[in-house]
Design a binder for this molecule. Structure first.
Ligand SMILES: [Mg+2]
Length: 395
């Protein structure tokens, strides 16, 4: 018996439809602007403090005239990680844009490879361009961005608000206000910028003031030593903290593993896991049982999904982290998160609500303590040109 040769229903590269899509989505130009958007209150971390949030705003124009938008964010310059908005703009203008001009935006994996060849790391700059390509391709095809990533399995996510003023009374009032509005009823408190005893006083005040059983996560932003952890982990346990984020410096994976082994509370890797290789290393060393996903760390939606896949294979849970992205960057994260089998810890993406003004016309929907996946082609958001003009930092 002979077996008939298989016939493929896939569009061949020679197919006129595919060739015309490649031509239509060829990248004509890429521009990057620096934005400083005011925040409603000071946001403090273990090593910095901001009252304006810095973004790089990317516009990619295709040969068919469609424009895609993306955003990279930092916290207070190159302190949270090595990138600043100024460096992102310089590297996009000089290296990333020239490598991509003329190539089809619809070939996202190839674009990621071209960007990797054009510059090392620079993950936030790459992710800003990557999300603009995703937006432009989705708009060209008339489909939401998540369709290009495998399709949404979730339409909304449990949302977490970060408390980071350092003032216990203000933080209690802010948390209560978020519960009243129906926006957030889970909270992450930033530790590590005062001595641990003072920080724990803020945490105790919060735990006492909020309804019993309120989920409280502690983010140390690399601010403690292993000795601090040994001493203070039992106190965090007594206060009912559900998760501890990156207590040790990013490069102390072995120390994180010892802390994770000792801790009765799950430990989350954040600054220690940027690349898929770092995710593999962290999982192999058991440096935590949760990973925080962020496009600015992973360098694009496909790399984020690689990190998520490594975590899933290792039995490590996932958390949707943020770096105070506006509705533009947040929407790209929600599209990527929506395609994952599970995002066990929900997501932050409170950035749009900490800004004095949303940078998009629609804004994201926050209701019943959940943030919703935007609808419509591409990322499903429209940047507000007047607000971007107002907050642009020009030379
Ligand atoms: Mg963090």
């Amino acid at each position: 018996m002979s077996i008939a040769p298989a016939t493929s229903t896939l569009i061949s590269p020679e197919d006129a439809g595919f060739a015309s899509l490649q031509a239509e989505t060829a990248i004509r130009s890429i521009s990057a602007r620096i934005i400083a958007a005011p925040t409603r209150r000071k946001h403090k971390l273990s090593n910095t403090s901001v009252n304006h949030q810095g973004y790089i705003f990317v516009e990619v124009t295709l040969e068919n005239g469609v424009v895609g938008y993306g955003e990279g964010s930092t916290l207070g310059g190159p302190r949270w990680a090595e990138e600043s908005v100024e460096a992102m703009k310089a590297n996009i203008d000089a290296y990333i844009a020239p490598a991509l001009i003329g190539h089809p935006a619809c070939e996202l994996e190839r674009a990621a490879k071209l960007m990797a060849g054009a510059c090392k790391r620079n993950n936030s700059a790459k992710s800003a361009v990557d999300m603009a390509l995703l937006d432009a391709t989705g708009k060209t095809l008339g489909v939401p961005a998540h369709v290009l990533l495998g399709g949404a399995q979730h339409q909304s996510f449990s949302a977490i608000w970060a408390l980071a003023s350092g003032d216990a009374a203000q933080e209690v009032e802010e948390a209560q206000g978020m519960i009243e509005k129906g926006w957030f009823n889970r909270f992450k408190i930033k530790l590590g910028f005062a001595d641990p005893a003072t920080d724990l006083g803020r945490l105790a005040a919060l735990q006492k003031a909020l309804p019993a059983g309120t989920d409280i996560i502690a983010d140390v932003n690399q601010g403690w030593s292993e000795a601090d952890c040994i001493r203070y982990l039992p106190r965090l346990e007594d206060l009912g903290v559900s998760l501890i984020e990156q207590p040790l410096p990013a490069d102390q994976m072995a120390g994180m593993a010892r802390v994770a082994q000792r801790s009765a509370i799950p430990i989350m890797m954040d600054e220690g896991v940027f690349t898929p290789a770092e995710a593999f290393d962290g999982c192999a060393k058991a440096a935590g049982s949760v990973i925080s996903l962020k496009l600015c760390k992973h360098g694009g939606v496909h790399q984020l999904k690689q990190v998520a896949g490594i975590a899933r294979a290792a039995g490590v849970q996932l958390y949707g982290g943020c770096l105070l992205e506006s509705s533009i960057g947040a929407s790209a994260h929600l599209h990527a998160f929506s395609t994952l089998p599970a995002l066990e810890w929900g997501t932050e993406h409170f950035g749009p609500k900490i800004l004095v003004e949303d940078l998009t016309r629609e804004g994201l929907v926050y209701e019943n303590f959940r943030v919703h996946l935007p609808e419509g082609p591409g990322l499903g958001i429209t940047p507000d040109p007047d607000r971007l003009d107002r907050y642009e930092i020009k030379d």
